[in-house]
Design a protein around this ligand. Structure first.
Ligand code: KIV
Ligand code: ZN
Length: 525
């Protein structure tokens, strides 16, 4: 390490403190359809740093040029958090990772190798002895590049404990400062996961020289419960993601881990440095840039997490909020407000309202969003919070698009063929096409296909009204699949057909980005 700031390792040695390792930008981005632009990643990293995340896993540098660039840029700009990059136990990966995190104030290399018999036999074709040799060699290489090295035993929870002890011992002896024991396939039960940490810490010589870490996937809906059990077993680092974004069913949700520790300090006497009032804002940002909606009943950050519908609950809440609330909405950044937005609302009120809703936009983005808000307020009697959220999400999602919708005229109705005349801006050049189709949406999509030829298959086309009323904005989601890769994107507009065109164009933009980084998806879990 290059400066004297205290390391998360130091604070983790205090038994009361648990460090938060956020992997939204690595494991989270591996979620189907969640590919993010560089500018979005920078925004997310800034938010994570601001909210007190101890370690940000910024990406997988060997996976693509884009990943390398993102990790380097985040490393260079982040003020407080440790910046980690992921590397397989391969010389070239580790060297590339070391290069990507080089400019961080506090760099970390996170290297991993599989340890379970099923992975050794079917995926790696290596013996136990060979893997032990790989661990010693690659951790040593990483330690020669940085002081802070994390080693992960992929599929640890399906690895026999005796062999896992030997692997952990080899990693610590080679200089690993954090030992992560992931439940890669989401198979463990909480008591098993806790026991695994206890045994490893008891049996491995020099176990106290490293911080132990949990990393849980949610295949059985146990990721957060397992993470907390691992902490009970002695782990002092929790790897998690905003909104639980991640491979398959996702990772442990950061907001749930943090609030469980905060709310149940009586039984879980550990604390984190996270400012929980920023959780809602972080959730919205990640949802928008990854085009991954948060389910309404999601714990902590779901739209209904603090909504009380039944009469008995509402009655209790009016008498004393603690009757049905175990934490306050304000503690996670949800504020109740009566400020109604309309066409006479000024720029200041607009900015305040967005801040209340959890959005902090840079000046240019704020200006563009305000112009769109004025346009919307002219067309719609009442602008609800949901309208503003859809509008700003749309602004954030489409800010970096190479293909943009310029103009659309549709001929629809009972007499076919329906047709669409469409103008797109592609890298600054305007192109126009007219197409017919089996209905107006088909006509629009045919026109887009003619202007942006591609072989992707439309897997999902979904429309929902953002609010009530016939003048409500429509939010359209489109999922495209190409060569086994999927992308999902949204578009919002009071005109459903315009929203459909925007969503389709947005998913093509994402697909173009995804093509550039397709190598990554086969690399890690
Ligand atoms: O789930 C997993 O095992 C991983 C490792 C790369 C840490 O994500
Ligand atoms: Zn994982």
């Amino acid at each position: 390490m290059t400066d004297s700031v205290s390391s998360p390792r130091d604070s983790a040695r205090n038994s009361e403190s648990v460090v938060i390792f956020d992997t939204t930008l690595r494991d989270g981005e591996q979620s189907p359809g969640a590919t993010m632009y560089l500018e979005d990643k920078l925004q997310v990293a800034e938010m994570l740093d601001h909210m007190g995340v101890d370690i940000i896993e910024a990406g997988f540098p060997i996976a693509s040029e884009g990943d390398f660039e993102a990790v380097s840029a985040i490393a260079e700009r982040t003020k407080n958090a440790v910046i980690a990059g992921l590397a397989r136990a391969i010389e070239g990966d580790i060297a590339r990772c070391g290069e990507a995190v080089r400019k961080a104030r506090r760099p970390r290399i996170h290297t991993f190798v599989s340890t379970s018999p099923i992975h050794l036999q079917h995926q790696m074709n290596k013996s136990e002895a060979q893997v032990l040799e790989i661990i010693a060699r690659t951790v040593t290489q990483a330690r020669n590049l940085v002081d802070d090295v994390e080693w992960s035993a992929m599929d640890a929870t399906r690895t026999p404990i005796d062999y896992l002890c030997r692997c952990v011992e080899a990693a610590i002896r080679a200089g690993a400062t954090t030992i992560n024991l992931p439940d890669t396939v989401g198979y463990a039960l909480p008591d098993e996961y806790e026991a695994m940490f206890r045994q490893i810490r008891e049996r491995v010589p020099d176990a106290d020289k490293a911080v132990f870490s949990v990393h849980c996937h949610d295949d059985l809906g146990l990721a957060v419960a397992n993470s907390l059990a691992g902490v009970r077993g002695g782990a002092r680092q929790v790897e998690c993601t905003i909104n639980g974004l991640g491979e398959r069913a996702g990772n442990a949700a950061l907001e749930e881990v943090v609030m469980a520790l905060k709310t149940r300090g009586d039984s879980l006497p550990y604390h984190t440095e996270i400012d929980s009032t920023l959780l809602t804002r972080a959730s919205k940002l990640v949802s928008a840039v990854s085009s991954s909606p948060v389910q309404f009943n999601k714990a902590i950050v779901g739209r209904n997490a603090f909504a009380h519908e039944s009469g008995i609950h509402q009655d209790g809440m009016l008498k004393n909020a603690q009757t049905y609330e175990i934490m306050t909405p304000a503690s996670v950044g949800v504020s109740k407000t009566s400020l109604v937005m309309g066409k006479h609302s000024g720029r200041h009120a607009f900015k305040d309202k967005l801040r209340e809703l959890g959005y902090e936009l840079a000046d240019n983005a704020l200006h563009d969003a305000f112009v769109r808000f004025k346009d919307l307020a002219d067309r719609k009697k009442v602008v609800y919070d949901e309208d503003l959220m859809a509008l700003v999400d749309d602004e954030i999602i489409h800010a970096h698009d190479r293909i943009k919708l310029v103009d659309l005229t549709v001929f629809a109705g009972t007499k076919g063929p329906q047709s669409a005349a469409l103008t797109l801006d592609i890298d600054g050049t305007h192109v126009t096409h007219q197409a017919t189709g089996n209905g107006p949406v088909d006509a629009i999509f045919n026109a887009i296909q003619a202007l942006v030829p591609h072989g992707a298959v439309l897997e999902l086309f979904q429309v929902h009204a953002v609010t009530k009323g016939t003048d409500a904005q429509a939010e359209v989601s489109v999922r495209l699949a190409e060569d086994g890769k999927t992308v999902t994107a949204k578009g919002a507009d009071p005109d459903t057909l315009v929203a459909a065109a925007k969503a389709y164009i947005a998913s093509l933009n994402k697909l173009m980005m995804k093509r550039g980084k397709s190598q990554r998806d086969v690399l890690a879990g």
